[in-house]
Design a protein around this ligand. Structure first.
Ligand code: DGL
Length: 264
């Protein structure tokens, strides 16, 4: 089976990494790096970019199943993508909310995400459907820091300290007793260790990569360890940058990235 995996950049490689371990398939990954960041853009723009990316994977690359490994595109454009292609589409907001549902005992959860994802309140809605109260916080500086490769950098640690202190204050003011923190952006798993250091220990951190892979495996009725899988990579901007940074996200060398032109 050919599975298309899409993100605005390299963040979705955290999802691909988990999928490669769980679901046997031929993967086609597209990082729309020329048009990143999606998280600072309007619903219309994100919709246009995400639909053209999805069509590239399905119509030009033959993907038979799509994983939208970008929370911003999942939050703002999932319906538009589903209308535009004929294959099944899984988005990471749904899988993240399912994981929060399974994790939370107190039924209060915190979500950090891009500004666009937070403004859409897609997580609050998905959590509400599962009888969870959610506080969403935009952390717009994190994606550029990760794209810059500043993972263990003192500046990133300080930015995280400030964001997490603000989030805890927001939760306290709203009277939430949160026990779960959802990383609502596929770039954030790379910062997981630093995020865990910046929040109280009782918060269980959920990253969309692992839970999405589990849920795709369940949906397709396949999965297991030591499976056979291959991956092909496309980027809309510098393939050298994608290869260098992407290797950190994927956890192994990436070779043979192809440049693709999807317009503005
Ligand atoms: N990785 C994207 C997400 O999960 C955000 C990156 C961007 O802003 O383009 O929301």
């Amino acid at each position: 089976m050919k599975i298309g995996v899409f993100d605005s950049g390299v963040g979705g490689l955290t999802v691909l990494r988990a999928l490669l371990r769980r679901v046997p398939a031929d993967y086609i990954y597209l990082g729309d790096t020329a048009r990143l960041p999606y998280g600072a853009k309007s619903r219309e723009t994100v919709g246009r970019y995400a639909v053209s990316s999805a069509k590239f994977l399905v119509e030009e690359q033959g993907a038979e199943f799509l994983v939208i490994a970008c929370n911003t595109a999942s939050a703002l454009a999932l319906d538009a993508i589903r209308d535009a292609v004929t294959v099944p589409v899984v988005g990471v907001v749904e899988t993240g909310a399912n994981a929060a549902d399974a994790s939370s005992r107190t039924r209060d959860v915190l979500v950090i995400a891009t500004a666009a994802t937070v403004a859409s309140h897609a997580y609050a809605a998905a959590c509400g459907e599962r009888q969870l109260r959610a506080i969403e916080k935009a952390c717009p500086l994190l994606v550029p820091l990760v794209e810059e490769g500043w993972i263990e950098h003192a500046v990133t640690a300080e930015v995280l300290r400030i964001y997490m202190a603000e989030l805890m204050e927001q939760a306290r003011a709203a009277g939430l007793d949160a026990d779960t923190l959802v990383l609502g952006c596929t770039h954030y798993p790379l910062l997981r260790a630093q995020i865990e250091k910046a929040v109280p220990e009782k918060l269980r951190v959920i990253d969309s990569a692992e839970v999405t892979a589990d849920q795709v495996a369940a949906r397709l009725g396949m999965g297991g360890d030591g499976i056979e899988a291959s991956a092909k990579f496309f980027a809309t901007d510098s393939v050298a940058k994608f290869r260098a940074l992407g290797s950190r996200f994927l956890g192994r060398e990436i070779d043979g990235v192809e440049l693709v032109e999807l317009g503005g």
